[in-house]
Design a protein around this ligand. Structure first.
Ligand code: ZN
Length: 675
């Protein structure tokens, strides 16, 4: 199905396609808008529209403009967080790219060019999804010679960083039994073992009722005496990444006069203060102010946010997303959040794990105006923040789906032949065609607006109890909550689902994707690694393993030597999703790490090599890039004589390499190695 092509980044949760009927303006066809930019390696680059931008007020446009500037200045931070040598690789390769005078049609040059494009895409030298090191498709000899000819200096050790497959092999290692800090190439721990890091966090843990998220914005390293120390990411002197954060602060200060209201002004002020001092108490104040800002049309995320890039799940990767509310589509999610308590009360989980009072589950559909840091070029299509559980519990959370991005995915992938190859029959294909786009938006809404916010931990259970499996289990929980309710007549009653057939499109997709077709995104011989993919595998494989013997609700069948997912009993499938939800909720609520390990090991990680081979062989001839990302539009402000912004022009014409080279030229001020 189309959504297989969708990329899931850090905060991203579900696959989805655009829901045209709620769009404020109809999406143009691929003939009328150039959604597709280019394709290389396993990546497709798309362009997204920013519909309705022209209808914002001049002040709202100015606010968007300065927030997008603040967003773009964080790019270098993420490169450095992903691996200590990423900026070195990027800058050396860009210098060669710009200065090479030799043959640009040779296989070596083209291999090098693809490598650089992949490094831009991944914000570093590791695949954004598999987290394995990307090896250049040019030879080391060619690269060294080309640099020499172009007068580009190769820093000491760089060739090993780029070309040696065993060195810095994995960005985030989650293999049980290994020292996750020492074996991960990401830059959150330097010369610090996992035991030392865990001991440090344990000793510095904030046990107050409103705890600071210790470690969110810092790197652990050692001082001259060998003591573990924290290097805080902050703009003020002595901070790591201070030069970039100063530019972020500068642009947030410029955005401030254009704030839409007092609450939003407070949000920006607190974020400025936090970026300067790195004080996590200020971060909490900022997060609370942000959750409370529900009236502004323009909104944004900017800073150290998702922790998937840290093997211990503590430190946030830098990201930014600037957006504004899609008024029409927001009505749909409001219907869900208004009924949050009903969904909580009727959930098939143990009473002890239910929230007595479901607070402030706000939800809106947004239009992205810029993607940056960990949201770029691969991006989430749904976000639910903040991540601190106590803030979510006391103040609620904000949940969004990003409809102009799902629109671009959907429009760009029309008729790519995927459903024809992998779905069992026309029955499933027709169901997907009729309901797939709308219901996968609903899937995102349920997952984000209700799923993550549902349920509660038993007193005394730590949010880190599930350790390296925390993300996988949490995503499984949110997906199951969504799947369970998708088949509920309540959705029809609320006018969200059109009828009691619609959910079947998502049930079939979950079963097919989780057990079979998502394997096309994994290199042959590798296991399932990424937490959202693990979550989908866990659900499908658990259901297949627990299907009724002799009369399975779902099964993998063979037709003419090819394997397909066959669903025999959709209502039975719902019952199984409910049973698994009850189990997963218990694991989360009680912090049952052993059970989490057992579930993940049994259902989420391992790949049947024969099935994997078959999926890859059937997928390959379709020539679909399994991962997608975006180029951003360019925003150009128009000033009056007093220097006030009176308009902002929007331009969609920039290419992929062009954009990255411009960002590296205009928004890059960090040292190549940050210490
Ligand atoms: Zn999620």
């Amino acid at each position: 199905m189309k959504k297989i092509a969708i990329v899931f980044a850090a905060a991203l949760c579900l696959a989805s396609c655009g829901q045209k009927e709620t769009q404020s303006s109809a999406a143009p066809s691929p003939q009328d808008f150039p959604y597709m930019v280019e394709q290389f390696a396993d990546l497709g680059i798309l362009r997204y529209r920013v519909p309705d931008f022209e209808n914002l007020t001049a002040d709202q446009k100015a606010l968007v403009y300065y927030l997008t500037e603040a967003a773009l200045w964080g790019r270098d931070i993420l490169f450095d967080q992903n691996c200590k040598y990423n900026l070195q690789v990027r800058r050396t390769c860009e210098a060669l790219y710009l200065n090479y005078k030799g043959d640009k049609t040779s296989a070596e040059w083209l291999g090098f060019e693809t490598y650089l494009k992949r490094v831009w895409f991944s914000n570093g030298i590791h695949h954004h999804y598999s987290e394995d090191k990307i090896l250049p498709e040019c030879s080391q000899e060619w690269f060294a010679q080309a640099c020499k000819e172009a007068n580009v200096e190769i820093p000491e050790g760089l060739l090993r960083v780029m070309f040696c497959p065993d060195y810095l092999a994995k960005k985030v290692n989650t293999e049980t039994g290994k020292d996750l800090c020492l074996t991960s190439a990401c830059n959150y721990y330097e010369n610090v073992t996992q035991a030392e890091a865990e001991a440090y966090y344990e000793a510095h843990k904030d046990n107050s009722p409103e705890p600071m998220w210790i470690g969110l914005n810092s790197k652990l390293t050692k001082d001259a005496e060998g003591n573990v120390i924290e290097r805080v990411f902050k703009a003020e002197e002595g901070g790591l990444y201070s030069a970039a954060l100063q530019k972020v602060v500068e642009n947030l200060q410029k955005a401030l006069p254009y704030a839409e209201n007092e609450q939003q002004r407070l949000v920006i002020e607190k974020l400025i203060e936090f970026n300067i001092t790195g004080n996590l108490k200020t971060f909490n104040e900022y997060a609370i102010a942000w959750v409370r800002d529900l009236d502004s049309r323009v909104d944004f995320v900017n800073g150290f946010t998702e922790v998937y890039g840290d093997p211990l799940g503590i430190t946030g990767a830098w990201e930014s997303l600037v957006n504004f509310k899609n008024m029409a589509a927001t009505e749909r999610t409001k219907a869900l959040s208004d009924n949050a308590q009903w969904f909580e009360d009727h959930s098939p989980i143990d009473q002890r794990f239910k929230k007595a009072e479901c607070k402030g589950v706000s939800a809106k559909v947004i239009t992205a105006a810029i993607l940056a840091g960990d949201c770029y070029p691969a991006t989430p299509i749904g976000i639910n923040l903040p991540n601190a559980n106590w803030i979510r519990k006391s103040y609620g959370s904000k949940s969004v789906t990003i409809e102009n991005l799902t629109e671009a995915y959907n429009q760009a992938s029309l008729g790519n032949g995927f459903n024809e190859e992998f779905m069992l029959s026309d029955v499933e294909r027709e169901c997907a065609k009729k309901y797939g786009a709308h219901m996968s938006d609903v899937h995102v809404d349920l997952h984000e607006c209700l799923g993550h916010g549902s349920g509660q931990m038993l007193p005394g259970v730590s949010k880190d109890a599930l350790k390296e499996h925390g993300s996988t289990i949490e995503e499984t929980r949110a997906d199951l909550f969504s799947l369970y309710y998708m088949a509920d007549s309540k959705l029809v009653e609320l006018g969200i689902a059109p009828d009691m057939e619609a959910y079947k499109s998502q049930y079939y997709h979950q079963m097919m994707n989780g057990a079979m077709t998502q394997l096309v995104r994994i290199e042959y011989g590798k296991n399932v690694e990424e937490s959202h993919m693990r979550n989908r595998a866990l659900i499908s494989n658990w259901v297949l393993a627990h299907a009724t013997p002799g009369a399975p609700e779902a099964e993998i069948v063979e037709r003419d030597g090819k394997h397909y997912m066959q669903v025999n009993d959709y209502e039975g499938l719902r019952r199984l999703f409910g049973e698994l939800l009850a189990i997963i909720q218990e694991v989360v609520s009680t912090g049952d790490y052993a059970r989490a390990c057992q579930l993940v090991d049994a259902y989420a990680v391992k790949v049947d090599p024969q099935l994997h081979r078959e999926m890859l062989d059937r997928y390959e001839p379709l020539h679909i890039a399994p991962y997608k990302g975006f180029v951003n539009p360019i925003y150009t402000p128009v000033f009056d004589k007093e220097g006030k912004i009176i308009d902002v022009r929007l331009d969609y014409t920039e290419g992929y390499a062009e954009q990255h080279l411009r960002y590296s030229r205009d928004y890059s001020n960090l040292p190549t190695i940050n210490e």
